[in-house]
Design a protein around this ligand. Structure first.
Ligand code: ZN
Length: 130
């Protein structure tokens, strides 16, 4: 099954209406200036955020563990791409994985150790658990 069909099936199986594109991302203009990001790359960053929001919406309306892990894998790839566009090193230590929909890992603990390489994983988390 190709990727488009897989995504379409997930949309069809979802129980709630989809709300694609309703979340507005405001890009950090100071960071754009500090990192000397080109207009082209700002457009790419904005588009990637829209795409990322689509995948987040899909996660919100799905409860299947395999689907959720598949979608979070795509979001990880988008996050790597965003780091590159922001001229940061591709580094999963700086992905805030506990903010993904359906993640049940402890949020405050993970916020406290953000960037250190420590992770607090709830074994029952559909995304990151066993
Ligand atoms: Zn988790």
């Amino acid at each position: 099954m190709n990727q488009e069909n897989h995504l379409m099936n997930m949309i069809l199986r979802s129980s709630k209406p989809n709300i694609f594109g309703t979340k507005i991302t405001t890009i950090n203009t100071r960071l754009v200036a500090n990192q000397n990001i080109s207009t082209d790359d700002v457009t790419k960053i904005n588009n990637l955020h829209k795409l990322r929001n689509c995948y987040l919406s899909l996660m919100e309306v799905n409860d299947d563990k395999d689907d959720l892990r598949y979608l979070s894998g795509i979001i990880t790839q988008i996050d790597f791409k965003l780091q590159t566009l922001w001229k940061f090193k591709e580094d999963s230590l700086y992905h805030r994985f506990w903010e993904l929909p359906k993640c049940e890992c402890p949020k405050m603990d993970n916020r406290d150790v953000y960037g250190t390489g420590h992770r607090y994983i709830n074994p029952n988390c559909k995304l990151h658990g066993d």
